[in-house]
Design a protein around this ligand. Structure first.
Ligand code: NI
Length: 488
């Protein structure tokens, strides 16, 4: 009985083995060809290119990020994408041009030098005019390993609902007289800028003369039109493309109707301008009253308190500590600013929403708390943008201030944030000592009128010490404002 059974088992095992071997053989035979194909498809086997697309906080605009980790010619490229094909094509053709120019250059360099490395970074900043007009200021920079950098600024324009892409000529109604007026305003602004006036190159005025091409790179905001001028205007190459800003109110009448402001003040006569400084000092009190009509009925004692302080809470929201802090602030009728991490807002949306409901200012503190100075611009943009998106999505309110983690910031990072960057002058070190009493000590030592106090709403000890801090500051005559109110 045993023998036949055993034979059947062996037969079965045999057939399984044959099938397995056949499959393996097919696999082995086919795979070399497959591998070859992969190699042929990419010029550099070590490089990988990733493409990522996220929503921006500007309706109808996505941010596309393309990154290559190629050892000799890495790049991180970021550009806006809209729902309008013509705009998208124009942007892409510029991007592709910059990229192929860079790759070609690196290729040529590799023939001359042993180990040339350079990195291309393209990022952009979005500005919006109240008419809906978007200006995208795209900065394309190549950093070479020998420390040299090349940088160019190029602007794109889009009206998101019509798809119109207004050039500077459109903005000025294609009128040469308007161009001449603009040219003289830009020249004035250039000469009035103390950081530029001493560095103007000989013959600089050629670059601000009445030619449309001199003013091609521009951005429109609610208050001003910003021009990115030719870098040859200045003698100092580290300045790059000098920027001047012309107030819209000063050129209202030469603008296309869509960009005109109906309530723009009439052009001031010289007499009025001369009187202005004298007037402003005694008008200050009045204007403050006008801004805060609800405070007019308060007692005299309160009315004379002019000392202001901005409390800021970083790294939250945190489900246990943040609600306690909100409660203490409410008891003291104090408004504060919360610099939130996007990843935590996503995790604790209800806590983030309760901060907004309590009437506090919402700040952006990046998604994951990296040191931005060490990140590529494209990564920085994603950290900021994703966080602004989740804050608005969860709370229905926009983040209105930005605080880089560790306060680590430079010109490049400043150029990437469309929110004001807010640091601090009083560091309570609450994250370090975890001692409620020490928070008060630090505040007593350092707080003054106009101070911004740094605390964190993720430590129980901070919540424990906050009531004493608020009581102390109240007794010292301070009122509590948000960071944006402080800077008004
Ligand atoms: Ni932080």
């Amino acid at each position: 009985m045993r023998k036949p059974r055993r034979k059947v088992w062996i037969d079965f095992a045999f057939s399984i083995a044959i099938i397995t071997l056949t499959i393996a053989a097919i696999f082995i035979v086919s795979s070399p060809g497959h591998k070859k194909e992969q190699k042929n498809n990419s010029t550099n086997a070590t490089a990988s290119v990733s493409i990522e697309s996220i929503e921006s906080t500007y309706p109808g605009i996505k941010i596309v990020t393309e990154m290559s980790n190629d050892k000799k010619a890495p790049y991180a490229i970021q550009y806006p994408q809209s729902t309008h094909n013509q705009f998208n094509e124009e942007v892409l053709s510029y991007i592709n041009n910059e990229r192929s120019h860079f790759l070609k250059r690196m290729d040529q360099l590799s023939k001359v030098k042993k180990d040339p490395t350079g990195e291309l970074n393209i990022s952009f900043k979005t500005m919006q005019h109240k008419s809906g007009h978007y200006s995208f200021v795209v900065v394309s920079g190549t950093n070479f390993s020998d420390g040299k950098t090349d940088m160019t600024i190029h602007s794109f324009h889009l009206h998101p609902s019509t798809g119109a892409m207004h050039t500077i000529a459109d903005v000025l109604n294609r009128n040469p007289e308007h161009l001449a007026i603009l040219s003289s305003h830009v020249k004035d602004a250039l000469m009035a800028d103390p950081s530029l006036q001493t560095k103007l190159a000989n013959g600089y005025d050629k670059w601000v003369g009445p030619l449309w091409s001199n003013f091609r790179e521009y951005a429109l905001t609610d208050d001003a039109i910003i021009f990115y001028l030719n870098s040859q205007i200045v003698t100092d190459p580290t300045i790059g493309q000098p920027t001047v800003s012309v107030p819209l109110s000063s050129i209202n009448s030469i603008l296309m109707k869509a960009y005109q402001s109906e309530d723009a003040p009439p052009v001031k006569s010289e007499e009025q301008i001369l009187k202005k400084p004298e007037k402003s000092s005694d008008q200050e009190e009045n204007s403050e009253d006008n801004q805060k009509p609800e405070e007019q009925k308060t007692s005299n004692a309160e009315k004379t308190t002019s000392k202001r302080i901005a409390l800021t809470f970083d790294d939250g929201p945190e489900p246990k500590v943040t609600p306690q802090i909100l409660e203490i602030l409410k008891r003291h009728n104090a408004k504060a600013t919360f610099f939130m991490l996007g990843s935590r807002v996503e995790y604790y949306p209800d806590v983030a929403a309760s901060v907004q409901q309590a009437g506090h200012e919402l700040g952006n503190h990046t998604w994951n708390h990296p040191n931005l100075v060490k990140l590529q611009s494209a990564r920085v943009m994603i950290e900021i943008q994703k966080t602004s998106n989740i804050i608005e999505q969860v709370t229905g309110q926009k983040a209105t201030a930005f605080r880089p983690p560790y306060g680590a910031v430079n010109q490049r990072i400043r150029g990437l944030s469309d929110m004001p960057i807010v640091l601090w002058d009083v560091d309570t070190l609450d994250w370090q000592h975890h001692d409620p009493q020490k928070i008060l000590e630090k505040v007593k030592q350092q707080a003054k009128d106009g101070s911004i106090i740094l605390m964190h709403d993720i430590h129980q000890s901070t919540a424990d010490g906050l009531d004493d801090v608020l009581t102390y500051l109240e007794n010292e005559g301070y009122s509590f404002v948000t960071v944006s109110e402080l800077h008004q």
